[in-house]
Design a protein. Structure first.
Length: 164
């Protein structure tokens, strides 16, 4: 095997590999398909690939934005729990927050998501429900996070899929 060729192939990013697959399907395969159902299936595959492209290797900036937002929300929630007289619950949230500060960016974000779930459980276990300040802290994180989650999605190819 040619080692130079192998090193070049390994250096290709997952995004570029997927882009190349979609380009090949669109430019080389699609023009040679006559069956409407086969064309529809090919458009469906291209649609999945295009939406998968930016999710294969999570972007560091997106992970950092989520981590920063989650840390802020968790800190605010811990403060609200302390003010509500739930020092044990606040301590648990603070411990989860501290534990989420090590590892890869993906591991930190996964730990922060688990900490958010635990914080939400602690808030709604309060006798009076979640205080308004905690709801705001959650909303300030979850609203923008929903936007960050859907922002990488590409326009759908459903129109082309339906035409075949």
């Amino acid at each position: 095997m040619n080692e130079t060729w192998f090193n070049r192939v390994v250096a290709i990013s997952p995004e570029r590999l997927i882009d190349g697959c979609v380009e090949t399907l669109r430019d080389e395969v699609l023009p040679n398909l006559e069956a409407r159902t086969a064309r529809g299936r090919l458009y469906a595959v291209m649609d999945v690939l295009q939406n998968l492209r930016d999710r294969v290797d999570p972007k560091a900036a997106a992970l950092e934005a989520e981590a920063t937002s989650a840390r802020t929300a968790l800190g605010r929630i811990a403060a609200v729990l302390r003010e509500a007289g739930s020092a044990d619950a606040a301590g648990c949230v603070e411990a989860a927050l501290a534990a989420a500060s090590t590892g890869t960016p993906s591991e930190c974000v996964a730990a922060l998501r688990q900490a958010l779930v635990a914080a939400i459980d602690a808030l709604y276990a309060l006798p009076s429900g979640a205080p308004e300040a905690a709801r705001r802290a959650l909303g300030d994180h979850l609203g923008p996070q929903a936007v960050r989650d859907i922002a990488p999605l590409k326009p759908s190819l459903l129109n082309e899929i339906s035409k075949g």
